[in-house]
Ligand binder design. Structure first.
Ligand SMILES: [Fe+2]
Ligand SMILES: [Fe+2]
Length: 398
């Protein structure tokens, strides 16, 4: 029998049928093998793999866990409870290198999946799941790297890059909300797939530079249902992805589409999807409008007090990306200009900023990273990078 087992249940003599997870993080090049060497077992246990499947017709089965009494009378299992490795926090600069690779791989995977759908092929989402795992691990090391990179979008690749961005935001928000690892990955996969229905919308409507006519808008608004139909036909897709795909344009006041659901009829994941989707859409350059800066996007969304979003989810989202999200240009009391590179763990209003320009001297100054929460300076105003003519990406090293 083929069965899924926990890493802490694997023992010598088992026949490994399949390992699922990030291929870069485990040393096994064979798909199936009998586990006979202790060093292979040690490697397998230390790799933090997503899924391990064994074939009990070719090797040993799982040992039943036996309950024993500790001397203090508390029941405990004789097998180790958890083998999850603690993940070391790294600097945003360090994580950016890995995050760029992950973002590129994710973009390519989304493009391939979406192209398959456009050509009427069956949807394969195994690679997508493994990428969501990598995104989650990057967030664990330092969430600011991917949250910085998702702003980088080429207008022509918007739908793909937006899907990756919504995935990253869903993972970040899920982590902030304290969801389980399984739920975080489901939320991320849902983000990656939420706009898949756009692949069956005609290009002239999808990429129209001007305002859509009523008829075109009706076609565009069919993408949640079209996407749901595509995902429904794929047996590997979890219910969460179907839900977010169908309901990410619903609003808590019932004025969204396609089903005009409101209040409690919307699941946690649908509410999360709605916030992440709008934030990324309005903070991205589109063929018909320029982007709002991340801080402006947060302010605009906060001003929509008419039941657009679930209030508590929106507040959690603001705590996730910050009032001054990464990439925001700030003028400080000292007259220096700096770009936000990281959120402070202490306060939302005191981010970590890379300063690079003096408005008093009207000249560049040596770049320096300062933590506003340590009272080294304070924020005077939000500034428009376009007005100043700065390439903030270059200053941030991305
Ligand atoms: Fe959408
Ligand atoms: Fe979207």
């Amino acid at each position: 029998m083929i069965k899924k087992v926990q890493a802490n249940e694997v023992r010598l003599g088992m026949y490994i049928h399949q390992i699922r997870g990030n291929w870069m993080e485990h040393p096994f090049w064979r798909k199936s093998f009998k586990l006979i060497q202790q060093k292979d077992l040690d490697k397998l246990v230390s790799c933090n793999l997503e899924e391990i499947w064994i074939d009990t017709s070719k090797g040993l089965d799982v040992v039943k866990t036996i309950q024993v009494k500790n001397p203090d009378g508390v029941d405990s299992d004789i097998l180790p409870q958890s083998i999850k490795k603690p993940v070391a926090r790294v600097s945003v600069e360090e994580e950016l290198h890995v995050a760029k690779i992950i973002q590129n791989k994710a973009k390519e995977a989304v493009a391939a999946m979406f192209d398959d759908v456009r050509m009427g092929k069956a949807l394969e989402i195994e690679e997508a799941k493994s990428l969501v795992n990598e995104i989650n691990q990057s967030m664990e090391r330092n969430p600011n790297a991917l949250l910085t990179l998702i702003r980088l979008k080429n207008v022509n690749e918007y739908t793909y890059m937006h899907s990756v961005a919504v995935c990253v935001l869903m993972v970040a928000l899920g982590r902030h909300l304290g969801l389980s690892e399984v739920q975080i990955k489901q939320a991320g996969t849902a983000g990656l797939l939420h706009d898949i229905g756009k692949m069956v919308i005609p290009n002239e409507v999808l990429n129209k530079p001007g305002k859509l006519t009523d008829e075109e808008f009706t076609i565009m608004k069919s993408h949640p249902v079209r996407g749901w139909e595509i995902l429904k036909s794929c047996y590997q897709v979890h219910e969460t992805a179907l839900d977010v795909c169908l309901h990410h344009h619903e609003r808590v006041d019932g004025k969204g589409y396609p089903e005009k659901l409101s209040g409690d009829a919307l699941t946690l994941f649908a509410r999360m999807g709605a916030v992440c989707d709008v934030y990324d859409a309005i903070s991205s350059d589109r063929c018909y409008k320029a982007a709002w800066s991340p801080a402006e996007a947060i302010r605009k969304m906060a001003s929509w007090k008419d039941g657009h979003f679930d209030e508590s989810i929106f507040q959690a989202f603001v705590k996730t990306v910050g009032i001054y999200p990464s990439g925001t240009l700030l003028k400080l009391q000292s007259g220096r200009l700096g770009v936000v590179i990281e959120q402070s763990t202490k306060k939302l209003t005191t981010p970590i900023v890379k300063i690079f320009f003096s408005t008093r001297a009207n000249a560049h100054i040596p770049a320096e990273i300062i933590d506003i929460s340590k009272g080294m300076d304070s924020i005077e105003s939000l500034e428009d990078p376009v007005k100043w003519g700065f390439d903030l990406n270059k200053i941030q090293g991305i």
